[in-house]
Design a protein around this ligand. Structure first.
Ligand SMILES: Cc1cc2nc3c(=O)[nH]c(=O)nc-3n(C[C@H](O)[C@H](O)[C@H](O)COP(=O)(O)OP(=O)(O)OC[C@H]3O[C@@H](n4cnc5c(N)ncnc54)[C@H](O)[C@@H]3O)c2cc1C
Length: 392
C-alpha cells in the first residue's frame, strides 16, 4: 500500500519467524478486502488459486435451509469475494512485496521486542531466533502489525493481559472431497444455542483429475478446553468429532469431512476489548495488534487490509508522521471497535443462533413459520453495514 501510494519511502518488514512457510487453512476475503488488493493489481493472482463463492447459506444443525445471502459480485459489489487457502494468500502477498520493494525488503528472524519513539525518529529493538539481541534499527515511523499477541501493544498497554476467552474453541481443517451445492457456496450450519456450529466453504475446485475440491471447515463448540492463542496448535479429533458424528445431510457429509481432513488445528475464540489509542507519536498499531476480533464475520484480515490502505493515505496527506498516525487512528479506530463489539453480540451467526433458539434445536416444517425472513435480513444488513461489506 505504501509503495502503491507513491509516497517516497523505503519500507522494511521485520518478521519474527526464521522462515516464511505457507501454513494454515482457509480464509474469506470479502469484497471490501479484495477492493484494496485489486487496486494493487493482485486480483488475477488471487482468482487463479481461489474459489469465488456466489452466496452464503445458513442451515440448522439438521441440515435444513434457513437463509441465503448473495455475496461478492453476485450481490452487486464492485469487487469479488474470494475464499482462499491462507498460505496461498501469503505467498501472493510475499511475491508482490519482493517484486515491488526488492528482495531485501523482508527480514525474517527479527522479533521486535521494543520500540523507542522520539520527536524525530523511532528505534526498533529485535531479538533473533535464538533470543540473542540484534542490532537496533532507526526509522522514521514504525507500524506494529505483530498480531493478537502484539509485543508493541503490550509495551503501550502493559496491564492489558491475555486475550479474552469466553469458553468457545474452534477446530479447523481442509479436506479433499467432492464439491457440494455446486461448488460456489459458503455455509454456516448449526448454532451454539442448543448444539454446535460449523462453517464450511470450498477454497479450491478441481484439484485433481477426479473432480475433488479443497473444502475448508471451522467447527465451534462451547467447551472447557482452553488452547493457547497459537495459529499452529494441532487439534485432537477426539476433542470435538463426537459433536458432529451424526451430521450427515443429503447435501453434505459433515462427519466425513472432519474425519478425512489432512490435519486439524485448534484455536480459542478470543478477542480484546477496544482501546482508546493506537498511535504513540511515530508508532501505530495495525490489524490484530490494533483490533483483534472474534473470527465470526470473516473480517479480521479484511480490516487489517483496509487499515493498510488508510495508513498509506494518511502518510501521504500529512507531512508530520505523528499527525498522519493520529488521522489514521481517527479514521479506523471507531469503525473497527464497532466490529469488535458486533462480532461478540450480533455477528452473521446470529441468524442461525436465533433460529436454534426459536426452535429449541428441533426440526422445523417451514422456516417461514419460525421467523419472518425480513428479521434475518435485518441481522445480515446490520452486520454488513457495520463491517463495511456493502461499500465494496
Ligand atoms: C479461525 C479463524 C478464522 C478466520 N477467518 C477469517 C476470514 O475468513 N476472513 C478474515 O478477514 N479474517 C479471518 N480471521 C482473522 C484473521 O486471521 C486475522 O485478523 C489476521 O490474520 C490478522 O492479520 P495480522 O497481520 O494483523 O496478524 P497475524 O496474521 O497474526 O500476523 C502477525 C505477524 O507478525 C509476526 N509477529 C508476531 N510477533 C512478532 C514480533 N514480536 N516481531 C516481529 N514479528 C512478529 C507473526 O509471525 C505474523 O507473521 C480468522 C481468524 C481465525 C482465528
Amino acid at each position: 500500500m505504501l509503495h502503491a501510494s507513491g509516497l517516497p519511502c523505503r519500507v522494511r518488514i521485520y518478521e519474527a519467524v526464521p522462515e516464511i512457510k505457507a501454513l494454515g487453512v482457509g480464509i474469506n476475503l470479502q469484497s471490501h478486502a479484495t477492493r484494496e488488493l485489486s487496486a494493487l493489481g493482485l486480483e488475477p493472482a488471487l482468482r487463479a488459486v481461489s474459489v469465488e463463492p456466489v452466496e452464503q447459506l445458513f442451515f440448522s444443525h439438521h441440515g435444513q435451509f434457513i437463509f441465503r445471502e448473495p455475496i461478492g459480485l453476485t450481490a452487486g459489489f464492485a469487487s469479488p469475494h474470494f475464499s482462499i487457502h491462507r498460505g496461498e494468500l501469503h505467498l501472493i502477498l510475499l511475491a508482490a512485496v519482493r517484486e515491488r520493494l526488492g528482495p531485501d525488503a523482508i527480514l525474517t528472524g527479527h522479533r521486535v521486542v521494543r520500540v523507542d519513539p522520539n520527536e524525530t525518529n523511532v528505534t526498533l529493538h529485535f531479538s533473533g531466533p535464538a533470543g540473542v539481541a540484534r542490532e537496533p534499527v532507526t526509522a522514521d515511523v514504525a507500524v506494529a502489525c505483530d498480531g493478537i499477541n502484539s509485543t508493541i501493544r503490550q509495551q503501550f498497554y502493559p496491564l492489558e493481559g491475555s486475550p479474552v476467552y469466553h469458553g468457545i474453541n474452534m477446530w479447523r481443517g481442509v479436506t479433499r472431497a467432492k464439491p457440494f451445492l455446486g461448488g460456489a457456496s459458503a455455509t454456516r450450519i448449526g448454532g451454539l444455542q442448543t448444539t454446535n456450529k460449523i462453517v464450511v466453504y470450498p477454497i479450491r475446485n478441481d484439484i485433481d483429475n477426479d473432480g475433488n475440491a479443497l473444502i475448508n471447515w471451522v467447527a465451534e463448540a462451547v467447551t472447557n478446553i482452553h488452547e493457547p492463542v497459537d495459529w499452529s496448535k494441532a487439534g485432537n479429533l477426539a476433542d470435538f468429532y463426537h459433536f458432529y458424528a451424526d451430521w450427515t445431510f443429503d447435501w453434505l457429509d459433515v462427519a466425513a469431512l472432519i474425519r478425512d481432513a489432512d490435519f486439524t488445528l485448534s484455536y480459542p475464540m478470543v478477542d480484546r476489548d477496544p482501546v482508546e489509542r493506537w498511535s504513540f507519536g511515530r508508532v501505530t498499531l495495525l490489524g490484530d495488534a490494533a483490533h483483534p476480533m472474534y473470527p465470526r464475520g470473516g473480517n479480521g484480515a479484511a480490516q487489517a487490509i483496509v487499515d493498510a490502505r488508510a495508513i498509506a493515505t494518511a502518510l501521504l496527506a500529512h507531512a508530520e508522521p505523528a499527525a498522519a498516525f493520529a488521522a489514521y487512528e481517527a479514521n479506523r479506530l471507531p469503525a473497527t471497535s464497532k466490529i469488535v463489539m458486533m462480532n461478540r453480540t450480533a455477528p452473521p451467526d446470529l441468524i442461525i443462533d436465533t433460529v436454534e433458539r426459536l426452535t429449541g434445536g428441533q426440526r422445523f416444517a417451514n422456516i417461514d413459520d419460525v421467523i419472518d425472513r425480513s428479521e434475518l435480513q435485518a441481522i445480515s444488513d446490520a452486520y454488513n453495514h457495520t463491517a463495511d461489506a456493502r461499500k465494496g
